[in-house]
Design a protein around this ligand. Structure first.
Ligand code: SAM
Length: 256
């Protein structure tokens, strides 16, 4: 089986995948209560922190941060996700303080440095270290960066799970490697914690339902079947090898 990135070079596969994902409540493992709890750990923020949500997707965490009082620029490369975020914003009264911006998170630069950069399950798209280095320039002194990142939880994972992620995300690291990287880039390390497995189930359960519905609806092209097969393989690997890798929240601060 080719890897996911190679398959996404195919226009039909890419469109099919985007539409499938945009329809989900979130595009990665996560949980509103955990977003809110993590935000609450950042005790020295001003009352309405100026915030960027990098790789916001359809905005589950964006909306939660807005509810917590953040003024947010929500950055994503794909307009289809931002359209879903806008639809969700319109259902809230008063409409939350969110400005969607369709651009690359590697090139987005705020007009003035911000209090907080948040990024759930997205920094891997531009590389963990690269993202951290670029985003440091956008933070005020004392500003916070919070990212969630897929992370190895054990030193020697069993061969099938290692082979799968060596193909799909070869630069995945351990918590210790990521901590070293955070300190090397020059942030103050605050801490990290593992997302519970329920946050993965919240991501995968709607996907399984979607896939079952799509299969019932009718015939799929070979390319569409291939996309579903890769997604199903990822879910199977997670279920069989729970505890060998996970999503970890990393909290850090820019210091002078
Ligand atoms: N943060 C959301 C969540 O947790 O539900 C979305 C996570 S999803 C795994 C990754 C997101 O990053 C997608 O919405 C994707 O469109 C976006 N993305 C990928 N590459 C990007 C880039 N270079 N710049 C901005 N967004 C990007």
């Amino acid at each position: 089986m080719e890897n996911f990135s190679d398959l996404m070079e195919n226009e039909e596969a890419f469109r099919f995948f985007l539409e499938l994902y945009a329809d989900l409540p979130r595009q990665g493992p996560g949980d509103d209560r955990i977003t809110r709890h993590t935000f609450g750990l950042l005790t020295s923020l001003p009352p309405r922190p100026v915030t960027i949500d990098m790789g916001c997707g359809s905005g589950a965490q964006t909306l939660e941060l807005a509810r917590a009082g953040c003024q947010i620029t929500a950055v994503d490369l794909h307009q289809i996700f931002l359209d879903h975020l806008i639809q969700r914003m319109k259902k809230i009264n008063p409409e939350p303080l969110i400005t969607p911006v369709c651009t690359g998170m590697e090139s987005y630069s705020p007009p003035t440095p911000v209090d907080l950069i948040w990024s759930e399950g997205a920094v891997y798209n531009i590389g963990f270290e690269n993202g951290l280095s670029l985003w440091k320039n956008h933070l005020k002194n004392g500003g916070f960066l919070v990212v969630s990142e897929m992370t190895w939880l054990i030193q020697n994972p069993p061969a099938p799970v290692k082979e799968f992620w060596d193909r799909e995300y070869p630069s995945m690291q351990t918590v210790l490697d990521n901590q070293k990287c955070i300190e090397k880039v020059g942030y103050r390390w605050i801490g990290s914690f593992l997302l519970p497995e329920s946050a993965w189930d919240a991501f995968y359960a709607p996907q399984k339902e979607n896939i079952a519905r799509i299969r019932m609806d009718g015939s799929l092209s070979p390319v569409q079947e291939e996309v579903l097969a890769i997604i199903e393989d990822e879910i199977r690997i997670f279920e069989e090898y729970r505890g060998t890798y996970g999503y970890v929240f990393y909290l850090m601060q820019r210091v002078a």
